[in-house]
Design a binder for this molecule. Structure first.
Ligand code: GDP
Ligand code: IMO
Ligand code: MG
Length: 424
């Protein structure tokens, strides 16, 4: 049984927690897109882990973790993350962490270009994580990228780095940004390459042979469907396909091998960075931030917050083909008197069932809400569906109806154990 776990909103839905919960019965965990813009939190064995590039399956012994060809890897960040995890007692070996030789490399110059482009955009900025993600995927599409296979041979690496740093410095100069010191880049990448070399391999046969042998594979999505470069709130998106299809192109596993697709969503909506968010609501943001919740795992930025957006989720469930939703952070609504769900967008005279394409149309959209009563009690200790308050169960069921996809699990706290199965 091979399962995709995909963020269905604008990222930070709790994918790390859901993957961790499902890893127990898996053999392989694969990341197939994004890079260190991701921050996946797992709370297990009384410890908190935040993962950026390493698949969350690394926290379970005996699992093979794969960084697929569609991921963009900053070698220095990856080495730092491996050190951070080892310091927390996690074992990382060339057997339990394998890295695709086809994955593209994020260089310090990509981070510089990311920052320079954001500054040049001024008030129109995307609000990127400044991890160099967009410029690296741009290099891939322009067919001038450096790949992990280039790290295998130090002489070749030196040549390709010298060439790319020179052209990047021209780009930086055009953006009015200081030039990068080639030696600093060279030293950083060379040092990280020495550590990563034993992990770099052709991951595609490794994964497909495992599938053929009946092993179970979990795909750990990064970001969220509305940040997808094709389906999201373009241009306020990331630079990869964060949706179900991206898992196949980013791992070399064919769609025929996928058995189940789970969409992860919060019981409400959050977003970091700029771009439209129709259900954004100052009151729920103050309430959640007041509880110490919804600060970014990668950047620490306070996340924008709002009510559940049925338009976004309905669309996302459609183009990802979700079989079911894993709803997290249901406990975040414990103290609300009334809970709102957005069922449509009012855009001029029309009620939209699906999001518009144009930013100007997004700006005109107003949420159409349906309200349901809150449950006004702590649900974090509940362990079964039956124990949840009736109003809470009614919200979960109504949520599934509005988006056209059933909720299969709910999260009532950040811990591995705080997950409840919902009878479908
Ligand atoms: P990801 O990027 O999708 O893995 O999500 P993040 O880790 O960036 O953000 C999700 C946040 O929600 C983290 O702080 C998690 O610990 C937390 N979380 C996940 N599920 C639950 C839940 O059911 N209840 C609560 N209270 N927190 C949760
Ligand atoms: P996880 O995997 C939330 C957002 C950024 C910005 C936009 C583009 O933890 O859910 P980028 O640096 O990718 O060019 O930024 O995408 N973004 C995320 N938001 N969670 C993430 O990852 C994100 N990764 C990127 O805030 O709006
Ligand atoms: Mg995150």
């Amino acid at each position: 049984m091979n399962t995709l776990v995909i963020g269905s909103q604008w990222g930070d839905e709790g994918k790390g927690k859901v993957i961790d919960f499902l890893t127990e019965t898996a053999d392989f965990v694969i990341r197939s897109q994004g890079g260190s813009n991701a921050g996946h939190t797992v709370i297990a064995n009384g410890k908190k882990y935040v993962l950026h590039l390493v698949p969350s399956g690394i926290l379970w012994p005996g699992k093979v973790n794969v960084i697929g060809n569609g991921v963009v890897i900053n070698p220095t960040s990856l080495v730092e993350e491996m050190t951070y995890l080892r310091d927390l007692g996690v074992s990382i070996t060339p057997e339990n962490l394998i890295i695709s030789d086809r994955a593209h490399v994020v260089l310090p110059i990509h981070k510089e270009i990311d920052a320079a482009q954001e500054e040049a955009l001024g008030e129109h900025k995307i609000g990127t994580t400044k991890q160099g993600i967009g410029p690296t995927y741009a290099d891939k599409a322009r067919r001038i990228g450096i790949r992990m296979i280039d790290l295998a041979d130090p002489d070749r690496l030196q040549k390709v780095l010298e060439a790319r740093i020179e052209t990047a410095n021209d780009e930086l100069a055009r953006l009015g940004w200081p030039k990068a010191d080639p030696q600093v880049t060279m030293d950083a990448v060379m040092a990280a390459a020495d550590v990563l070399r034993p992990h770099i391999t052709n991951t595609i046969p490794a994964v497909n042979k495992a599938i053929k042998a009946g092993k179970t594979v979990l795909f750990e999505g990064a970001q969220g469907a509305m940040l997808d470069i094709d389906f999201g709130t373009y241009p306020f998106v990331t630079s990869s396909n964060t949706s179900a299809g991206g898992c196949c192109t980013g791992s070399g596993v064919a769609p025929t091998r996928i058995d189940k697709i789970i969409g992860v969503c919060k019981a409400y909506t959050t977003r970091v960075g700029e771009g439209p968010m129709v259900t954004e609501d100052a009151e729920i943001a103050d309430y959640l931030h007041g509880l110490g919740r919804e600060f970014g795992a990668t950047t620490g930025r306070p996340r924008r917050c709002g009510w559940a957006d049925g338009v976004v989720l309905r669309y996302s469930a459609m183009f990802n083909g979700f079989d079911e939703m894993a709803m997290t952070n249901l406990d975040g609504l414990d103290e609300c008197d009334t809970i709102k769900i957005c069922t449509g967008y009012r855009c001029g005279d029309e009620i939209l069932e699906y999001p518009p394409a144009l930013m100007d149309d997004w700006a005109k959209c107003e949420p159409v809400y349906e309200s349901v009563p809150g449950w006004k009690q702590d649900i974090s200790k509940c362990t079964t569906w039956e124990e949840l308050p009736e109003a809470c169960k009614a919200y979960v069921k109504r949520f599934g109806e509005v988006i056209g996809c059933p909720v299969g699990t709910v999260g009532v706290g950040p811990d591995r154990e705080q997950t409840i199965n919902v009878p479908l």
